[in-house]
Write a protein that binds this ligand. Sequence first.
Ligand SMILES: C[S@@+](CC[C@H](N)C(=O)[O-])C[C@H]1O[C@@H](n2cnc3c(N)ncnc32)[C@H](O)[C@@H]1O
Length: 260
Amino acid sequence: MKVKEGDRVLLIDEKGKKFLVRVEKGKTLSTHYGIIELEKLIGADFGDFTYTHNKRGKFYIVEPVIPDLMMKVKRETQIIYPKDAAIIIMWLGIKEGSRVIEIGTGSGSMTIALANAVGENGKVYSYDRNEKFQKNAIKNVENAGLIDRVEFKIRQAHEGFDEKEVDAVFIDLPSPWEALDPAVVALKGGGRLGVLSPTCNQIETMSVKMKERGFIDITSFEILLRHMLPRKGMTRPLERMVSHTGYLLFGIKTSIRLPE
Ligand SMILES: C[S@@+](CC[C@H](N)C(=O)[O-])C[C@H]1O[C@@H](n2cnc3c(N)ncnc32)[C@H](O)[C@@H]1O
Protein backbone atom coordinates (compact mmCIF):
# COMPACT_ATOMS: atom_id res chain seq x y z
CA MET A 1 0.00 0.00 0.00
CA LYS A 2 1.31 3.43 -0.94
CA VAL A 3 1.21 6.64 1.07
CA LYS A 4 -1.25 9.25 -0.26
CA GLU A 5 -1.51 12.96 0.40
CA GLY A 6 -3.56 13.51 3.59
CA ASP A 7 -2.66 10.10 5.12
CA ARG A 8 -1.73 9.84 8.78
CA VAL A 9 1.67 8.16 8.90
CA LEU A 10 3.85 6.95 11.74
CA LEU A 11 7.56 7.62 11.33
CA ILE A 12 9.71 5.42 13.56
CA ASP A 13 13.41 6.19 14.05
CA GLU A 14 16.07 3.55 14.58
CA LYS A 15 15.77 3.87 18.37
CA GLY A 16 12.01 3.22 18.19
CA LYS A 17 10.87 6.81 18.75
CA LYS A 18 7.54 7.43 17.01
CA PHE A 19 6.24 10.55 15.26
CA LEU A 20 2.65 10.73 14.03
CA VAL A 21 2.32 13.08 11.05
CA ARG A 22 -0.17 14.00 8.34
CA VAL A 23 1.33 13.90 4.85
CA GLU A 24 0.79 17.34 3.38
CA LYS A 25 2.53 19.36 0.70
CA GLY A 26 4.78 22.09 2.14
CA LYS A 27 4.81 20.55 5.65
CA THR A 28 7.96 19.40 7.42
CA LEU A 29 8.80 17.37 10.53
CA SER A 30 11.74 18.64 12.61
CA THR A 31 13.59 15.92 14.49
CA HIS A 32 16.84 16.06 16.44
CA TYR A 33 18.54 14.37 13.45
CA GLY A 34 17.24 16.91 10.93
CA ILE A 35 14.20 17.78 8.82
CA ILE A 36 11.89 15.55 6.80
CA GLU A 37 9.82 17.07 4.00
CA LEU A 38 6.55 15.20 4.38
CA GLU A 39 5.64 15.65 0.71
CA LYS A 40 8.50 13.26 -0.05
CA LEU A 41 6.50 10.44 1.53
CA ILE A 42 3.73 10.57 -1.11
CA GLY A 43 3.93 7.41 -3.21
CA ALA A 44 6.26 5.60 -0.77
CA ASP A 45 5.36 2.07 0.28
CA PHE A 46 4.38 1.46 3.91
CA GLY A 47 7.27 -0.45 5.48
CA ASP A 48 9.76 1.56 3.45
CA PHE A 49 12.03 4.21 5.00
CA THR A 50 13.07 7.80 4.44
CA TYR A 51 15.95 10.02 5.59
CA THR A 52 16.18 13.49 7.08
CA HIS A 53 17.50 16.21 4.71
CA ASN A 54 21.09 15.63 5.94
CA LYS A 55 20.81 11.79 5.87
CA ARG A 56 21.61 11.66 9.61
CA GLY A 57 18.24 10.19 10.58
CA LYS A 58 16.55 7.11 9.12
CA PHE A 59 12.80 6.76 9.66
CA TYR A 60 10.53 3.82 8.81
CA ILE A 61 7.16 4.69 7.24
CA VAL A 62 4.38 2.80 8.99
CA GLU A 63 0.57 2.87 9.02
CA PRO A 64 -0.55 3.89 12.54
CA VAL A 65 -2.82 1.58 14.55
CA ILE A 66 -5.45 2.69 17.08
CA PRO A 67 -3.05 2.62 20.11
CA ASP A 68 -0.74 5.03 18.23
CA LEU A 69 -3.63 7.40 17.55
CA MET A 70 -4.76 7.21 21.20
CA MET A 71 -1.33 7.81 22.70
CA LYS A 72 -0.55 10.73 20.35
CA VAL A 73 -3.70 12.79 21.08
CA LYS A 74 -3.12 16.33 22.29
CA ARG A 75 -3.83 15.96 26.00
CA GLU A 76 -5.94 18.38 28.00
CA THR A 77 -6.88 15.67 30.54
CA GLN A 78 -5.78 12.26 31.72
CA ILE A 79 -6.46 9.78 28.96
CA ILE A 80 -7.51 6.16 28.78
CA TYR A 81 -4.66 3.92 27.70
CA PRO A 82 -4.94 1.27 24.99
CA LYS A 83 -4.45 -1.54 27.57
CA ASP A 84 -7.67 -0.46 29.31
CA ALA A 85 -9.58 0.57 26.17
CA ALA A 86 -9.10 -2.85 24.58
CA ILE A 87 -10.61 -4.72 27.50
CA ILE A 88 -13.36 -2.13 28.00
CA ILE A 89 -14.47 -2.63 24.40
CA MET A 90 -14.48 -6.42 24.83
CA TRP A 91 -16.40 -6.38 28.10
CA LEU A 92 -18.96 -3.88 26.83
CA GLY A 93 -19.56 -6.13 23.82
CA ILE A 94 -18.99 -3.25 21.43
CA LYS A 95 -19.01 -4.30 17.82
CA GLU A 96 -19.77 -3.08 14.28
CA GLY A 97 -23.08 -1.18 14.44
CA SER A 98 -23.13 -0.64 18.25
CA ARG A 99 -24.57 2.57 19.67
CA VAL A 100 -22.51 3.69 22.66
CA ILE A 101 -22.62 6.62 25.07
CA GLU A 102 -19.38 7.87 26.59
CA ILE A 103 -19.19 10.47 29.35
CA GLY A 104 -16.20 12.29 29.87
CA THR A 105 -14.95 12.91 26.45
CA GLY A 106 -11.75 14.33 28.01
CA SER A 107 -9.08 14.40 25.31
CA GLY A 108 -10.92 11.90 23.10
CA SER A 109 -8.50 9.00 23.49
CA MET A 110 -11.25 6.55 24.45
CA THR A 111 -13.55 8.15 21.86
CA ILE A 112 -11.07 7.11 19.16
CA ALA A 113 -11.06 3.50 20.42
CA LEU A 114 -14.86 3.41 20.62
CA ALA A 115 -15.36 5.03 17.21
CA ASN A 116 -13.03 2.49 15.66
CA ALA A 117 -14.91 -0.40 17.32
CA VAL A 118 -18.47 0.67 16.34
CA GLY A 119 -17.52 0.73 12.66
CA GLU A 120 -19.15 2.71 9.87
CA ASN A 121 -22.68 1.76 10.91
CA GLY A 122 -22.36 2.45 14.63
CA LYS A 123 -22.35 5.67 16.64
CA VAL A 124 -20.59 7.06 19.67
CA TYR A 125 -22.38 9.80 21.64
CA SER A 126 -19.67 11.57 23.62
CA TYR A 127 -20.60 13.91 26.49
CA ASP A 128 -18.50 16.30 28.57
CA ARG A 129 -19.28 19.43 30.58
CA ASN A 130 -16.08 21.19 29.53
CA GLU A 131 -16.26 22.88 26.13
CA LYS A 132 -12.51 23.55 25.92
CA PHE A 133 -11.65 19.91 26.52
CA GLN A 134 -14.25 18.73 24.06
CA LYS A 135 -13.05 21.12 21.32
CA ASN A 136 -9.57 19.65 21.68
CA ALA A 137 -11.03 16.12 21.63
CA ILE A 138 -12.95 16.89 18.43
CA LYS A 139 -9.67 17.86 16.75
CA ASN A 140 -8.04 14.66 18.00
CA VAL A 141 -10.89 12.49 16.69
CA GLU A 142 -10.85 14.40 13.37
CA ASN A 143 -7.12 13.75 13.09
CA ALA A 144 -7.79 10.07 13.63
CA GLY A 145 -10.23 10.14 10.68
CA LEU A 146 -13.15 8.94 12.80
CA ILE A 147 -15.21 12.10 13.29
CA ASP A 148 -18.19 10.83 11.21
CA ARG A 149 -18.87 8.14 13.81
CA VAL A 150 -19.14 10.49 16.80
CA GLU A 151 -21.68 13.04 18.06
CA PHE A 152 -20.26 15.37 20.69
CA LYS A 153 -22.44 17.05 23.30
CA ILE A 154 -21.78 19.49 26.13
CA ARG A 155 -23.66 18.33 29.21
CA GLN A 156 -23.38 17.81 32.96
CA ALA A 157 -23.62 14.11 33.75
CA HIS A 158 -26.68 14.38 36.02
CA GLU A 159 -28.67 16.18 33.28
CA GLY A 160 -29.10 12.92 31.37
CA PHE A 161 -28.56 11.70 27.82
CA ASP A 162 -30.63 12.23 24.66
CA GLU A 163 -30.32 8.65 23.39
CA LYS A 164 -32.41 5.62 24.37
CA GLU A 165 -31.90 1.86 23.98
CA VAL A 166 -28.14 2.17 23.58
CA ASP A 167 -26.01 -0.97 23.68
CA ALA A 168 -23.45 0.32 26.17
CA VAL A 169 -22.50 3.28 28.35
CA PHE A 170 -18.94 4.02 29.39
CA ILE A 171 -18.24 6.45 32.26
CA ASP A 172 -14.89 8.13 32.95
CA LEU A 173 -15.73 10.82 35.53
CA PRO A 174 -14.42 11.71 38.99
CA SER A 175 -17.94 11.04 40.37
CA PRO A 176 -19.19 8.24 38.09
CA TRP A 177 -22.45 7.86 40.06
CA GLU A 178 -23.57 11.25 38.69
CA ALA A 179 -24.06 9.49 35.35
CA LEU A 180 -25.57 6.29 36.76
CA ASP A 181 -29.29 7.06 36.65
CA PRO A 182 -28.96 8.68 33.20
CA ALA A 183 -27.13 5.52 32.08
CA VAL A 184 -29.93 3.30 33.44
CA VAL A 185 -32.48 5.29 31.42
CA ALA A 186 -30.41 5.27 28.23
CA LEU A 187 -29.37 1.60 28.23
CA LYS A 188 -31.36 -1.12 26.53
CA GLY A 189 -32.36 -4.15 28.64
CA GLY A 190 -29.25 -6.30 28.94
CA GLY A 191 -27.09 -3.32 27.96
CA ARG A 192 -23.62 -3.03 29.46
CA LEU A 193 -22.24 -0.35 31.74
CA GLY A 194 -18.51 0.21 32.14
CA VAL A 195 -16.60 2.56 34.46
CA LEU A 196 -12.93 3.46 34.86
CA SER A 197 -11.94 5.06 38.17
CA PRO A 198 -8.53 5.69 39.67
CA THR A 199 -9.46 4.83 43.27
CA CYS A 200 -11.02 1.85 45.05
CA ASN A 201 -13.40 4.17 46.91
CA GLN A 202 -15.01 5.27 43.65
CA ILE A 203 -15.39 1.68 42.50
CA GLU A 204 -16.91 0.60 45.82
CA THR A 205 -19.44 3.43 45.92
CA MET A 206 -20.37 2.91 42.29
CA SER A 207 -20.75 -0.87 42.59
CA VAL A 208 -23.11 -0.53 45.57
CA LYS A 209 -25.25 1.93 43.64
CA MET A 210 -25.25 -0.31 40.56
CA LYS A 211 -26.46 -3.24 42.66
CA GLU A 212 -29.26 -1.10 44.12
CA ARG A 213 -30.38 -0.35 40.58
CA GLY A 214 -30.61 -3.99 39.52
CA PHE A 215 -27.33 -4.41 37.63
CA ILE A 216 -26.07 -8.00 37.55
CA ASP A 217 -22.73 -9.66 36.88
CA ILE A 218 -20.99 -6.73 38.56
CA THR A 219 -17.28 -7.25 38.28
CA SER A 220 -14.18 -5.14 38.84
CA PHE A 221 -10.52 -5.62 37.98
CA GLU A 222 -7.43 -3.78 36.85
CA ILE A 223 -5.08 -4.41 33.95
CA LEU A 224 -1.34 -4.41 34.60
CA LEU A 225 0.77 -4.31 31.48
CA ARG A 226 4.44 -5.08 31.88
CA HIS A 227 6.64 -4.63 28.83
CA MET A 228 9.50 -7.00 28.13
CA LEU A 229 12.90 -6.24 26.67
CA PRO A 230 13.27 -9.03 24.10
CA ARG A 231 16.96 -9.65 23.34
CA LYS A 232 18.91 -12.80 22.56
CA GLY A 233 19.80 -14.54 25.82
CA MET A 234 18.84 -11.51 27.95
CA THR A 235 15.06 -11.15 27.65
CA ARG A 236 13.62 -9.63 30.81
CA PRO A 237 10.94 -7.12 31.92
CA LEU A 238 11.60 -3.42 31.50
CA GLU A 239 12.43 -1.70 34.79
CA ARG A 240 9.75 0.95 34.38
CA MET A 241 6.03 0.51 33.83
CA VAL A 242 2.79 2.47 34.03
CA SER A 243 1.78 0.69 37.21
CA HIS A 244 -1.59 2.36 37.76
CA THR A 245 -4.17 3.88 35.46
CA GLY A 246 -7.53 2.92 36.93
CA TYR A 247 -9.81 0.16 38.14
CA LEU A 248 -12.46 -1.12 35.79
CA LEU A 249 -16.04 -1.89 36.80
CA PHE A 250 -18.72 -3.53 34.68
CA GLY A 251 -22.34 -4.59 35.03
CA ILE A 252 -25.37 -5.61 32.97
CA LYS A 253 -28.63 -3.69 33.17
CA THR A 254 -31.60 -5.91 33.96
CA SER A 255 -34.58 -3.69 34.73
CA ILE A 256 -35.04 -0.03 35.51
CA ARG A 257 -35.00 0.33 39.28
CA LEU A 258 -34.25 3.94 39.98
CA PRO A 259 -34.32 4.87 43.67
CA GLU A 260 -37.60 6.43 45.00
C1 LIG B 1 -10.33 11.88 32.81
S1 LIG B 1 -11.22 12.86 31.71
C2 LIG B 1 -11.78 11.68 30.52
C3 LIG B 1 -10.68 11.20 29.63
C4 LIG B 1 -11.13 10.47 28.40
N1 LIG B 1 -11.77 9.22 28.73
C5 LIG B 1 -9.98 10.21 27.43
O1 LIG B 1 -9.65 9.03 27.19
O2 LIG B 1 -9.40 11.17 26.90
C6 LIG B 1 -12.69 13.23 32.59
C7 LIG B 1 -13.59 14.20 31.87
O3 LIG B 1 -14.83 14.25 32.58
C8 LIG B 1 -15.36 15.55 32.49
N2 LIG B 1 -16.31 15.69 33.62
C9 LIG B 1 -16.01 15.65 34.95
N3 LIG B 1 -17.14 15.72 35.68
C10 LIG B 1 -18.17 15.79 34.79
C11 LIG B 1 -19.58 15.88 34.92
N4 LIG B 1 -20.16 15.90 36.12
N5 LIG B 1 -20.34 15.93 33.80
C12 LIG B 1 -19.76 15.93 32.57
N6 LIG B 1 -18.42 15.84 32.38
C13 LIG B 1 -17.64 15.78 33.46
C14 LIG B 1 -14.14 16.46 32.58
O4 LIG B 1 -14.43 17.71 31.99
C15 LIG B 1 -13.09 15.65 31.83
O5 LIG B 1 -13.02 16.06 30.49
